[in-house]
Design a protein. Structure first.
Length: 446
């Protein structure tokens, strides 16, 4: 827990990204949907009427910077917590001070950076004080609050989503850093605009990454202590080995696998290969991707082309044998095949319909004719009576009823007209028509 860290001295020896933090909303880059004149968050800050809120967004978009600006604008006591180092004892200590301040008519704003790192007990410790109005809580997180923040606490906070900065926003930040005395304004730096755009594209919406890259490039450019010529070669060395935005335990993990699945479902092989590459190049376990493709092969293709399941299983085995990077081509094989294969969700629909009946209906008894009868007592009770062994009959088929009486006419698997499944549908319809005819004959002969 800190009370002064938001305003620590940012000398010329500090990181460029820290030295260049804006101190007013007018200098703040991006987030016009929240901070333009007339927008709700802008009005709240300008009027010093801040309510409990969560700033949610990817790294480097200005969550902590926005908290710093609020700290400078508000007349309330402003306290910052680190979710990494603060425990319940520290929380309760500060909450006690906030209660005392409230009794004196003073507001307390508590900023918690990386609030998703607080466990349930730590988050719950804030709840009564937020409910009573003892504190105004501002949390910052890179993770989806609906997954990481307790529902009770989340319901009492307004969530503001901060978006990735645009390339133009970041280029403007870089140019300001080159001109501002807090940055390299006292230097003579030569760098072409196209190189600034190269840095901005590499940063992928992250201002901190962009400023850190610029600083590294300027300090390693050609020249002396206050002169620097930044060349493309220097920039390329600074951005080698780009680290892709990806958290295997966070929302982006699910976003990307969803993008892959839905691209395959929409028969978009190019998009599917791109999302596959995004996952693998960011370090995703290829076996996880392979398992998802195996599932897709039956969920979205199924009987329309049963080869999809075979190819998906083969790709999974190839991933097991080879690992990355060799198995990337095998996963590409499976992903492209699944993307271009005819689509049917009939198997998925069949199981979901049957599962609903299995859950919601009474435990229907198994028809006697298809029960097993390993003992004499079971035989005497009629187990297995009238069982018809299909292989003993012409066409290897009988009209014997296999569903419970309450479900005897229920259809779960309804084949589509896609791919091979069209022939499956025709065959199934022939079987059903034959069984109806046989049962009609059996009924008339009784």
């Amino acid at each position: 827990m800190e009370q002064t860290s938001l305003f620590d001295d940012r000398s010329s020896t500090g990181p460029l990204a820290d030295r260049m933090r804006p101190e007013t909303l007018d200098d703040y880059a991006g987030q016009k949907h929240l901070l333009a004149e007339g927008k709700i968050l802008r009005r709240m800050i300008d009027r010093d009427e801040v309510q409990s809120m969560i700033f949610w967004g990817p790294p480097g978009v200005g969550k902590t910077t926005l908290a710093r600006i609020i700290a400078r604008c508000t007349k309330a006591n402003f306290i910052i917590f680190s979710a990494v180092t603060s425990g319940i004892r520290e929380i309760k200590e500060v909450m006690g001070k906030a209660e005392a301040a409230r009794s004196m008519g003073e507001k307390t704003i508590v900023f918690v950076d990386e609030i998703h790192r607080f466990n349930k007990a730590q988050q719950d410790a804030f709840l009564p004080y937020v409910e009573r109005g003892s504190i105004i809580l501002i949390g910052a997180t890179t993770e989806n609050p609906s997954f990481e923040i307790n529902n009770a606490l989340l319901s009492r906070c307004k969530v503001f989503t901060l978006e990735q900065l645009s390339t133009e926003d970041i280029v403007a930040l870089l140019k300001r850093a080159l001109q501002d005395p807090r940055g390299f304004g006292t230097w003579e730096v030569e760098i072409d605009d196209d190189l600034l755009y190269l840095i901005a594209n590499y940063a992928n919406g992250d201002a901190r990454t962009a400023l850190n890259t610029l600083e590294l490039a300027v300090l390693n450019g050609q020249g002396d202590a206050v002169h620097s010529l930044v060349t493309r070669e220097v920039i390329e060395q600074c951005i080698a080995g780009k680290s892709l935005l990806y958290d295997k335990d966070g929302e982006e993990h699910y976003n990307l696998i969803s993008a892959l699945h839905k691209s395959m479902r929409n028969s978009d092989a190019d998009a599917a290969v791109y999302w596959l590459a995004r996952m693998l190049e960011a370090g995703e376990d290829p076996l996880y991707v392979a398992r998802r493709v195996v599932r897709f092969a039956s969920e979205d293709i199924g009987m329309a082309d049963s080869r999809a399941l075979q190819i998906a299983i083969a790709a999974y085995q190839a991933c097991t044998y080879l690992g990355m990077p060799e198995c990337n081509v095998h996963l590409t094989h499976a992903v492209v095949f699944c993307s271009l294969a005819p689509k049917s969700n009939s198997l998925e629909a069949a199981y979901m319909s049957a599962a609903e009946d299995a859950r919601n209906m009474l435990d229907e008894p198994v028809p006697l004719q298809i029960r097993n009868a390993p003992t004499r007592l079971m035989k005497d009770l009629g187990y297995g009576k009238d069982y018809m062994y299909a292989h003993d009959y012409e066409g290897h088929i009988t009209a014997m009823q296999c569903l419970p009486d309450s479900l005897k006419d229920k259809k779960y698997y309804i084949p589509s007209d896609q791919g091979v499944e069209k022939r499956v549908r025709e065959h199934k319809e022939q079987i059903e028509a034959w069984k109806r005819e046989q049962r009609k004959k059996e009924g008339s002969s009784e």
